[in-house]
Ligand binder design. Structure first.
Ligand code: SAH
Ligand code: SF4
Length: 342
């Protein structure tokens, strides 16, 4: 796919400008217009000369996504966007409002290859990677349309960001850039199903981005059943990589645990978690399963409470995330669309 201006970093846009015979600062201005002022066409770049605006229009498209659908949950806490890419593929993005923050959940791929049994996105299969520009643009369009100041970004929409590592990190760096959206690195979280070599690479990054790992089982055989990726990167090695990340970065890791009725909600499941996680500086985020239309079930509220009670005396924090937006299929694990329109 042809690279767009939005796929370039702050430095690369300056190089682009000088290669066109312009001053580097023109590149800096264009970066600001795109990522800070969030314009969707060159004509809005007021302090940029007409010939340069024409050049921008001609040599790199700055609008990568069209908004095809915009839904709101009845209580307004959640909004879901369906964005159409230039090649006809589509992705979903979710905005979650809460009193203290507005979190945008962005997609990193169209579909996903990893086949987790509880995840609706898995049913799409893998279609393609998104470019960093397409990821950053989800933020720009969602900010424009909602009119909301987005404070946090999580790479927890469709796809596996660590299977599209370079573009995902590039997007995170742009979103963090002080001349762009300027979202603090510790408010940007990348979530992975457990691609071990990339976790080790992530630990070395000179940015304070946060890491979440979708754990879902403290037992290796059970995790194999839920997440086929575990056969490639089994649990012991994954937890070693998680520990490595916490050691090197001095940060906690968040483990996500989708709680599924009769599958991973028993006392032995809690015990396995306790044994595995005690030595890792971490937080465990329990997410009651959101229905996806398959055979799996959401535990009742009292089942959830009971599971949390098994974890009362552990030495790591345990939180419950009741994802909003179930009514509009915007909750964790529910992102899915039929793919490309003809
Ligand atoms: N591929 C990455 C990021 C996207 S999935 C990953 O797997 O981490 C984002 C989160 O949604 C994961 O923590 C996953 O465990 C959770 N999830 C998937 N399906 C779900 C479902 N049906 N109900 C609740 N959470 C789900
Ligand atoms: Fe892919 Fe994550 Fe869904 Fe698993 S949970 S299928 S890795 S998007």
């Amino acid at each position: 796919m042809k690279k767009s201006l939005k796929d370039l970093s702050y430095e690369e846009i300056q190089d682009w400008a000088t290669a066109k015979g312009l001053k580097a600062f023109v590149g800096r201005q264009i970066f600001r217009w795109m990522f800070d002022k969030k314009v969707s066409s060159a004509s809005e770049m007021r302090n940029v000369s007409k010939p340069v605006r024409d050049l921008v229009d001609k040599s790199g498209d700055i609008k990568l996504l069209e908004t095809e659908k915009h839904e709101k949950s009845p209580d307004d806490s959640t909004e879901k966007f369906l964005f159409r890419c230039r090649d006809g593929q589509a992705v979903e993005t979710v905005l979650i409002r809460s009193p203290r923050r507005n979190t945008l959940c962005i997609s990193s791929q169209v579909g996903c290859a990893l086949g987790c049994v509880f995840c609706r996105t898995a049913d799409m299969g893998f279609i393609r990677d998104l470019s960093s520009g397409e990821m950053a643009e989800q933020f720009i369009q969602a900010s424009r349309i909602s009119g909301e100041h987005i404070t946090n970004v999580v790479f927890m929409g469709m796809g596996e960001p660590f299977r599209n590592y370079d573009a995902s990190i590039r997007a995170a760096v742009v979103l963090n850039h002080e001349k762009g959206p300027n979202i603090a690195a510790r408010r940007i979280t990348l979530s992975t199903s457990g691609i071990v070599p990339r976790i080790r690479e992530f630990a070395q990054l000179p940015y304070q981005f946060k890491l979440a790992i979708s754990l879902n089982a403290g037992d290796n055989a059970k995790r194999n059943l839920l997440m086929p990726v575990n056969r490639r990167y089994p649990l012991p090695g994954l937890l070693e990589a998680a520990k490595h990340y916490t050691d090197v970065s001095n940060r906690h890791v968040t483990f996500e645990y989708v709680l599924i009725r009769d599958l991973n909600d028993g006392p032995e499941d809690a015990e396995a978690l306790k044994n595995r996680l005690t030595s890792i500086p971490c937080k465990l985020n329990v997410i009651p399963f959101n229905e996806t239309g398959g055979g799996l079930e959401r535990p009742s509220d009292s089942d959830v409470k009971r599971f949390l009670s098994y974890l009362e005396n552990v030495n790591f924090a345990v939180t419950l995330r009741n994802s909003g937006g179930r009514g509009i299929h915007a909750a964790c694990g529910q992102l899915y669309h039929e793919g490309k329109t003809p």
